[in-house]
Design a protein. Sequence first.
Length: 131
Amino acid sequence: YSFLLRCNLTIATGQQILAADVIAAISAEHNFTELIGRQNVEFTAGWGDWDLSAIVPAGTKYVLIEIQSNSGAATNNGVRKNGSALGRITDLPATYNIRLVATECDANRVIETYKHNVTTGITGSVLGYWN
């Protein structure tokens, strides 16, 4: 899973983790604000920084990112907190075009994005944030 979160979520052995469960757990501890409009950025090859300070306000703890693939090929992509060494990389098969990912951002509101095996067509958009 691509969720890099620090929240209280109890998971039984064999239980599936649903995005709605993670979002509900974060929302129990932080206020969620949905953003209107699109703030798309093209992911760069490898890990790269995405400065969200012009998109989300100071005090933001987590962001909800929509990863879109328009490449027509299976891709490896991900997002993680800036400075993290964790390999938060997931596969997005060619048949799936969108993935929602929640990740923690640093105090400067920077996250890292990743794309691997395609040259273009992987974009991210901030759908909302928790503070």
